[in-house]
Design a protein around this ligand. Structure first.
Ligand code: HEM
Length: 421
């Protein structure tokens, strides 16, 4: 971290740097319970200055302010990402790491494909994929929730949307998991092994897309890759490096995170058998149940912004140009906002309850572009599995994580009985 020097606020208080029970800066925190660390930090120093000069927010109201109300973005005043000395080709060119107007131009090119209406058109396809996956394991009485469901549904969907051959998905499962660490490596963080894996995965993805794009040129159709290629050939709307970066970024975003939502969501439901049975008895609760899975055990626990002006949070002024980590998973359990926040309750998001939205998809101009897709895929995958299978038992007591930066399980073996409601 090389943030500007902290300034005392009008109140005259300066923060005492420390970790306050939450030492890791890794946003994935692939441990069973990062939430007790988040709680301790939120209670002890909600506007936190770490010993290495980083700022972290953990209260709902502060994170809302950061993402929605104060001037902020992804880049510093010098145009670079925090931790970068020069602009490097690669992950940083993806829309997530750009500020307007570049961000707006890149997002607008593909946003039409992700509206609620456009996504709803995929419902039948998602249902068919899910049914065939569940048919395939029904007689076995056991399955791996990741390999047999959570991975295949989103991987097939994003491949079909992008126009990437679905049969190649095995090739890039490991590449996409490794490539997620690019988000921290490009900020100068991560150990040597992580850097090497990111480099190898990025090179493999780049080579793969070079072949695919060369093949597709001149034969464009209505998939997202064709939309991007056409924009690049236009000469004005997209450069070549932007084309590669958006295509690879969309594949990774669409592939990785939803595996985590379906996998963690089902694990959480199985660990709360009353809620599992409630959902079996009331399938109409599925939308609320998936929102609660996002709030309670979503795959991404943090996002970041760079302040573009001094801003006051609680007692402190965080200086202009500082990088601030928003611990969104901590805000999702803030008792000032959520009733009994540590309770997993699939009825919490029923419309009449008026529960505040969670921050698992971020907020502001970078709010997750794939949120409708991720919700629909998860509602169908979880809804159908719960309706069809009963007596689910987890064979592992603790989660076996994948190599992703995020909270994405690698394997969730279970046994079940095939007894539809
Ligand atoms: C459960 C699944 C998912 C979760 C938890 C998730 C979460 C997030 C988060 C936290 C952000 C950053 C938001 C911010 O900083 O304000 C983001 C951005 C993004 N997500 Fe997702 N995501 C998911 C699924 C998807 C899917 C399926 C896609 C589809 C391709 C997708 C595409 C994107 C894109 C393109 C961005 C960058 C948006 C921008 O910068 O304007 N995500 N997502």
């Amino acid at each position: 971290m090389s943030n500007p020097t902290p300034q005392p606020a009008a109140s005259g208080k300066t923060p005492v740097p420390g970790w306050y029970g939450c030492e890791s800066m890794e946003p994935g925190l692939q441990i069973e319970d990062p939430y007790s660390q988040f709680r301790e930090l939120r209670e002890r120093q909600p506007v936190n200055l770490t010993p290495d000069g980083g700022w972290r927010l953990s209260r709902y109201r502060d994170i809302h302010k950061l993402l929605r109300d104060v001037p902020s973005g992804m880049r510093r005043h010098n145009g670079l990402l925090p931790g970068q000395d020069v602009e490097e080709p690669g992950a940083g060119i993806f829309m997530l790491l750009q500020d307007p107007p570049t961000h707006t131009r890149l997002r607008n090119l593909v946003s039409k494909a992700f509206t609620p209406r456009a996504i709803e058109a995929w419902r039948g396809r998602i249902e068919a994929i899910t049914d065939s996956l569940l048919d395939g394991v029904a007689d076995q009485g056991s399955m791996d929730l990741v390999a047999d469901l959570a991975q295949t549904v989103p991987a097939t969907l994003i491949c079909e949307m992008l126009g990437v051959p679905v049969e190649d998905q095995e090739k890039f499962t490991q590449w996409t998991a490794d490539a997620t660490h690019g988000l921290v490596v490009l900020r100068g963080m991560g150990d040597d092994k992580t850097r090497q894996r990111v480099e190898a995965a990025s090179l493999s993805l780049l080579t793969y897309f070079e072949g695919l794009i060369a093949e597709r040129r001149g034969k464009e159709s209505d998939d997202l890759l064709s939309t991007l290629i056409t924009a690049e050939e236009d000469g004005e709307r997209l450069s070549e490096i932007e084309l590669y970066s958006q295509a690879i970024g969309l594949l990774i975003a669409g592939f990785e995170t939803t595996i985590g939502l379906i996998g963690n969501g089902l694990t959480t439901l199985i660990r709360h058998p009353d809620e599992y049975q409630k959902l079996r008895a009331h399938p109409e609760l599925i939308e609320s149940a998936v929102e609660e899975c996002l709030r309670y055990s979503g795959p991404i626990t943090a996002t970041v912004r760079v302040l573009h002006a001094d801003a006051q949070f609680g007692d402190y002024v965080i200086p202009d140009d500082s990088e601030v980590i928003a611990l969104t998973a901590a805000a999702n359990r803030d008792p000032e906002i959520f009733d009994d926040p540590e309770r997993f309750d699939i009825t919490r998001y029923e419309k009449e309850n008026g529960t505040a939205p969670h921050f698992s998809f971020g907020g502001g101009v970078h709010f997750c572009l794939g949120a409708h897709l991720a919700r629909l895929e998860t509602q169908i995958a979880i809804g159908k599995l719960v309706h069809r299978f009963d007596d689910l038992r987890l064979l592992n007591e603790t989660t076996e994580w994948s190599r992703s930066l995020f909270r994405v399980p690698g394997r969730v073996p279970v046994t079940f009985s095939d007894s539809p409601v």
